[in-house]
Design a protein. Structure first.
Length: 192
């Protein structure tokens, strides 16, 4: 099964390992609609920029191997949405189904809740039909998010084209607090 896994803040030194994880998904799958993977330097900048306002976590095995990462970033990017965040998670393929994704998202949600974030959104590439599920794109991410308490709130049909086929995008949502929400504080707490 491997050595114990620690969920911790991502560091700029993690950029090569995290970029390599993401590169796999860009080049071999339609899980992300990116067609060009960022280099290590660009990924280090992504970590730095994200951590200014949101958590960016890494899962590290006891031997130092990075198994995955999760982070949040602004939902839509307008000020009125500041009590919501979009979440992202990627794991090395051999780390799936070991509870690492659950641990990463659990740590992420704990930090986001402490910041005052009330709603999470996940944007997920999905095949057009169940029978099109293959190694390039499956419904695994939807199933994972459902297990984490997300629900599908919308689907954009044929919104992306990658690897010679049209793809859909599902939007999923999770509330970190029950409705009706209380009046929000004036500002969101920053991580750290």
């Amino acid at each position: 099964m491997g050595s114990p896994v620690t969920i911790r803040d991502a560091r700029k030194e993690d950029a090569p390992a995290l970029a390599a994880i993401y590169r796999h998904y860009v080049e071999k799958t339609a899980v992300t609609f990116d067609e060009t993977a960022p280099d290590d330097e660009a990924f280090a900048e992504k970590i730095r920029e994200t951590k200014k306002a949101h958590p960016f976590l890494a899962a590290e095995e006891g031997d130092g191997r990075i198994l995955g990462y999760a982070f949040a970033h602004p939902f839509v990017g307008r000020a009125a949405y500041r009590w919501s965040a979009e979440t992202t998670i990627y794991l090395v393929p051999d780390a799936k189904r070991r509870g690492i994704g659950r641990a990463l998202y659990g740590g992420l949600e704990e930090r986001l809740r402490a910041m005052g974030i009330l709603t999470l959104y996940a944007c997920i590439g999905v095949p057009r039909e169940e029978r099109e599920e293959d190694g390039i794109l499956t419904f695994d991410s939807v199933r994972f998010h459902e297990k984490m308490g997300y629900r599908t709130v919308g689907t954009f049909s044929c919104c992306a084209y990658k690897f010679g086929r049209w793809l859909d995008m599902a939007w999923m949502e999770k509330r970190l607090a029950p409705l009706p929400f209380p009046d929000p504080p004036r500002e969101i707490e920053k991580p750290g």
